[in-house]
Design a protein around this ligand. Sequence first.
Ligand SMILES: [Zn+2]
Length: 324
Amino acid sequence: MAASEEEVASRRGIPTALECPKSPIPESQVSLVNFSDYPDDEIINCFNFAVNKIAEVQTDVMLIMYPVGPLLLPPGEVKNNDTFYKGAGFEPVMTANQVDSMASSMEKYLEPACGKEEAILQARQVSRFAELGGGQQVQARGGGSEECTKKAWVILSIDPSRAGPSRTLVTTFFHEVFHTVQARPSQPCNYSGAPADDDQFWIHEAGATFFGLEMAAELGNLNSDAVWWDHMDTISDLLANQQIGSELADPGIAEKGAIALRLLAERGQLETSEVMDGSLYQNCGGQPEAFSPQNIQVAKDNWFDYSEVSRGGGFRFSETALTQ
Ligand SMILES: [Zn+2]
């Protein structure tokens, strides 16, 4: 039998659990609503571990984690979904009390900045989706006033495959936390100079996954190349099996885009420190030249042009990709 991705990951030393060093940041930075089996302090340690990388934190964050049962078969969207969240349908396992408690925590979190009506609406959407067994990994923000848009929430559903060792949970956790640092989606950032910046979506998704992979490397005390090679290995298999295409679009936009950022970094066109401290993504600031139209084109045309140097010797971009 082929080794599972989790087995391969743990053999390579890539973390498969949210276990982070304690950090000096007080816990008040994050509000936690946790109905999963993950211990609160582990989640808070990992949140703080991530936020410590960020130069300037401009948002409040509520982390919402809840369990769902097994994926309902055949796989498909949540049934009877009357919310604006979308996701795969899992067996619902939240009790009525848990659903109420989730809603009231979120309402309390949002009300001072967003007003009662918005707070009730958002709280109801999130708790209802959890009640239905909705699978979800997302970051969202309040709307309306400036104050309310600084209120972010991250939702992570924990299905049985993520309750155990899960490399995906680790990178997804940091991916979603990073989204809370980026300019909000309703604030268009003109990264590439194109009139309607179609590149914002992949650049944001790519940055979040870039951050997630680097954080996983740091947690595992690994040279980050090892984590990148593992990632590039996975993606090249998906490309070879035509499970994903080479365009910087879904499926896999974040995973593919992260490799595109890595390419720009290796070409000397992107300062990764500004990805990691979030500054590239805040206030639509950062390095306009990194995402010049030429660089964007190079990234789109070449991000997948890499191969394994020798068995176990890592992955390297082609000379063309690096110097074109
Ligand atoms: Zn994302």
